[in-house]
Design a protein. Sequence first.
Length: 143
Amino acid sequence: MNVSLKKVDKSEVKLIFGWINEPLAREQSFHPKPISWEEHSTYWDSRLRDGRKHSFIISSGGEPVGLLRLDPVEGAYEVSILISEGHRGKGFATEALQAAVGLCKGLGIRKLVARVKPSNKASMKLFEACGFQPAYVLFERGA
């Protein structure tokens, strides 16, 4: 299995909309409520104009299987990966993350970070397998 990363273009925003509203994607998101088309469209219009943010469609054999985003955060870039339903558990995320690490030097990125919910065991395993180290634990509580 070989994956490729291709920059997202406007024509793929509708495809991404379906992926981000899949039940497991919402459950593992830090913002679990369903996303409206208006919110999604506004977000992607802005994102595609922002040269600091990098967005890639993950493909295998010419078929789109997911999304990888790189967003600037304090002194690093945060990596986010979404593999579409039906393609999860097949190694696409691992290959996509490795490909993204390979692109970093050319993009001027020196450090990657990832935020993962404790319940997302698959993502924790992915990032650890790709050489990421836990940096800190965030605890929160409603007042």
